[in-house]
Design a binder for this molecule. Structure first.
Ligand SMILES: [Zn+2]
Length: 328
């Protein structure tokens, strides 16, 4: 039997710095950083682009992978559009709206049974990705805990869950900012959320990630602030968890990687940082400490504070200058 496809899944809520982490891991020889793969179908049907700048069907990585996964349809744009529409519609049958009910008895099974060919097609997509890139590990930064549970249910895939968390105040501030989405060319903005929506999303995503994964040897929690403060140690810790030897100098792009064993720069989807090249700049992005309005801080503290405290973010420090971290 063929060995299962090793996947390091970066999960949790949005705006946690996962694209930066994805870029770093993508520099490591033997790793293919796929970006937010859950959005591939959305990108295919709406004309989005891979991080290399090409449309996915024309990309030197995603083109052959899609051809191998959908050999009957790939050469026909109308048929591929239908595939993308169908995969997108199937994905919506089990999206983040269902996170709050996932803990109910039997809910996960009931929801996954509605997915039709979606899980088996995903399993072949990841297999083809591993084979085409020659990688030893795929990093998928889709973040959504429910999507990770679809992958984890497949025997063909071997999933480890890296739970990336960040101060809820920093994520709320990031959700509120206007940012240009570069994946469609010009004129598009990234999705924004107000503090109430951002906090609820923070809570359900993180609580679901904990409920689905924490406690086992397939789970590692990393705080974005620790990655920024101690990138070398944190990257080595991630490497031990994922079964990789990570040279931080290579991951941070300060030293050239073995190009034969890595193919950075083809994240299928993610925030605009995925288009960046060259050395990775890590910053705490503490602008919220100076600029977040009082109402944003209050709503976030009330709604996301209790879940944030699970990860060591004290509410008291939300109102203070500094790193925004509780002493641990
Ligand atoms: Zn590409």
């Amino acid at each position: 039997m063929t060995a299962a496809v090793p996947i390091l899944y970066v999960g949790g809520t949005g705006r946690t710095g996962s694209t930066v982490l994805d870029r770093m891991l993508g520099n490591v020889p033997g790793v293919f950083a796929a970006g937010e793969l859950t959005w591939l179908w959305f990108a295919l049907r709406s004309g989005g682009r891979c991080a290399c700048g090409a449309r996915h069907v024309d990309c030197r990585v995603w083109g052959p992978v899609l051809l191998a996964t959908f050999p009957e349809d790939f050469g026909n744009p109308d048929a591929m559009a239908e595939v993308a529409d169908e995969m997108f519609a199937l994905r919506r049958r089990f999206d983040s709206r269902y996170l709050p009910v996932m803990g109910l008895p039997g809910a996960k099974q009931a929801l996954t049974s509605r997915l039709g060919p979606y899980p088996s097609r995903l399993a072949s997509l990841y297999r083809n990705l591993l084979e085409h890139t020659g990688a030893e590990l795929i990093v998928d930064s889709s973040k959504e805990p429910h999507y990770s549970s679809i992958l984890a249910a497949r025997a063909e895939l071997d999933v480890r869950f890296l739970h990336l968390v960040r101060n809820p105040q920093a994520t709320a501030y990031s959700w509120a900012r206007r940012r240009t989405e570069l994946g469609f060319g010009v004129g598009h903005e990234m999705e924004r959320r107000g503090p109430i929506s951002a906090s609820i999303y923070y809570d359900v995503s993180n609580v679901a990630a904990d409920a689905l994964w924490s406690g086992g040897d397939r789970y590692l929690r990393v705080r974005y602030e620790d990655l920024v403060a101690s990138p070398d140690d944190t990257l080595r810790r991630i490497g031990r968890f994922a079964g990789l030897v990570i040279d931080p100098e290579v991951a941070l792009g300060r030293q050239a990687a073995d190009r034969k064993r890595s193919a950075p720069g083809h994240a299928a989807w993610g925030n605009p940082n995925r288009f960046a090249t060259g050395p990775v700049t890590l910053r705490n992005d503490d602008e919220w400490e100076r600029n977040a309005p009082r109402s944003m801080r209050t709503w976030t503290r009330l709604l996301a504070g209790p879940v944030g405290r699970r990860y060591g973010y004290s509410s008291r420090s939300d109102t203070q200058r500094g790193s925004g971290l509780a002493a641990t």
